[in-house]
Write a protein that binds this ligand. Structure first.
Ligand SMILES: NC(=O)c1ccc[n+]([C@@H]2O[C@H](COP(=O)([O-])OP(=O)(O)OC[C@H]3O[C@@H](n4cnc5c(N)ncnc54)[C@H](OP(=O)(O)O)[C@@H]3O)[C@@H](O)[C@H]2O)c1
Length: 334
């Protein structure tokens, strides 16, 4: 559902090539039924389906799993209707990610399906694979949180953080992160040859990052987060400054990251100074990570890159689908 959006189109691209998935219904608020190749000419000869404004009842009868590539505040009305038909859901919106409803209400609005928030499993496979395998309902992580959490998880889980100092996260995103809707600030002439920060330390992904870091740490963790918009279509690069306890050295830190991501096929630890670039992971489900170290300041500088539409949205959703159905998590993604 929401096939006309950027995340919906990316789901279509990956699912149309997935060896074990069959696309059965494409839904969007179109005025009348339209062949998908009229909306996306690249699907000609690849996907022979019509896009319709399906009811949740019809779509539930046609599918084993429904992807909600809908805006936040919309998913929370649709998800309960589909769950009633006992169908699996992967929701790409933010509606079911935050377990603390007061945080949700602070950044969005009053939740319309609060009883379902606990049911949704946070779909970051590198941390929650076992829970995802048993889940019926996945809250797929946000794009910024995906790259940021993967960059921080090994340090936090191994309790290396100097809790007297702040974690500082500086992230840059391409323009598809804002969705395919018309807004003046995302016009070509506003974005091209331009570079700006926005929502400085007030972005709606902050509570999601803090929630997951706090679960990993077993105590409350807060971050300073500044997102930026860069003139490119896809990709997020996050530079994360992690204050460390005094007894941690670069060798130990890199070894811990390698160990943490052993057997996690979509996270690659890079050799410094081979710092990751967004183009290295474009149109892939990889998250590449480099770890640098300032000994004098006891500071790790971790750089992560993802494609916001793949590991940050549709690719991660399909990785979750694979795990939910007992398939190899790499299916359709490598
Ligand atoms: N873009 C990213 O990088 C990214 C990354 C991670 C997560 N997400 C999340 O994924 C979701 C989709 O993002 P996107 O970037 O694909 O957004 P988008 O390009 O704006 O697409 C949203 C889709 O939802 C449909 N829609 C809009 N309002 C609706 C309503 N009231 N009722 C039903 N359908 C409605 C849209 O219109 P039509 O019905 O007209 O087709 C469109 O197909 C969002 O929740 C977003 O936060 C996005």
């Amino acid at each position: 559902m929401g096939i006309r959006g950027y995340a919906g189109e990316e789901l279509l691209r990956i699912l149309s090539r997935h060896p074990d998935a069959e696309l059965t219904a494409l839904s969007s608020r179109v005025e009348e039924r339209v062949h998908i190749s009229c909306l996306f000419p690249w699907t000609t000869g690849i996907v022979d389906l019509y896009c319709e404004d399906y009811t949740t009842e019809r779509i539930s009868n046609l599918a084993d799993i429904v992807f909600l590539a809908l805006p936040h505040k919309v998913s929370m009305e649709i998800a309960p209707q589909i769950l009633r038909y006992k169908k699996k859901i992967i929701d790409l919106s933010a509606d079911f990610r935050l377990k603390d409803l007061t945080q949700y209400e602070k950044y969005y609005e009053k939740h319309k399906s609060p009883e379902l928030v606990k049911k949704a499993v946070y779909g970051l496979p590198e941390i929650y694979k076992e829970q995802i395998a048993k889940a019926e309902f996945i809250a797929n992580p946000g794009c910024y949180p995906t790259g940021v959490l993967l960059g921080l998880a090994p340090a936090i889980k191994n309790k290396l953080l100097d809790t007297n100092r702040n974690i500082i996260i500086d992230s840059k995103s391409g323009v598809t992160g804002a969705g395919r809707n018309l807004k003046e600030e995302f016009l070509f002439s506003e974005v091209n040859e331009n570079f700006r920060a926005y929502k400085v330390n007030s972005h709606q992904h902050i509570p999601e990052i803090e929630q997951e870091l706090s679960y990993l740490a077993g105590s409350s963790v807060s971050v300073v987060f500044v997102p930026h918009l860069i003139p490119m279509n896809r990709g997020i690069l996050s530079t994360i400054y992690i204050p460390l306890k005094k007894d941690v050295d670069a060798f130990t830190l890199r070894s811990l990251y390698r160990e943490f991501y052993k057997n996690k096929p979509f996270v690659r630890i890079r050799e410094v100074p081979n710092y990751p670039k967004t183009s290295d992971v474009s149109e892939t489900n990889f998250c590449d990570i480099s770890i640098s170290f300032d000994h004098a300041k006891n500071l790790a500088i971790v750089i992560t890159v993802i494609d916001n539409l793949v590991k940050g949205a549709a690719g991660q959703a399909i990785q979750n689908m694979n795990i939910m159905f007992g398939l190899d998590e790499k299916k359709g993604l490598l």
